[in-house]
Design a protein around this ligand. Sequence first.
Ligand SMILES: [Zn+2]
Length: 72
Amino acid sequence: MAAVRNILKHCRFETAKSTRTCDVSDSHVIASGSRHFAYEEVPGQRKNICMACAPAVLAAVQEHLTSLVDQL
Ligand SMILES: [Zn+2]
């Protein structure tokens, strides 16, 4: 059997190399050096999510994955 490919490996926590704006809310600032969630909706186009918004984003992802698994 071929190795299973993790298609969500681009989703990860990172440390901001410079100040960033949260992609959920323009009023949320991700300070340089702080931890945040990141993913690429389109390869090469990073989305940065602050730690205040990350739990809701990950909960939505989890719900979606659960729904997909339920359809197996
Ligand atoms: Zn945010």
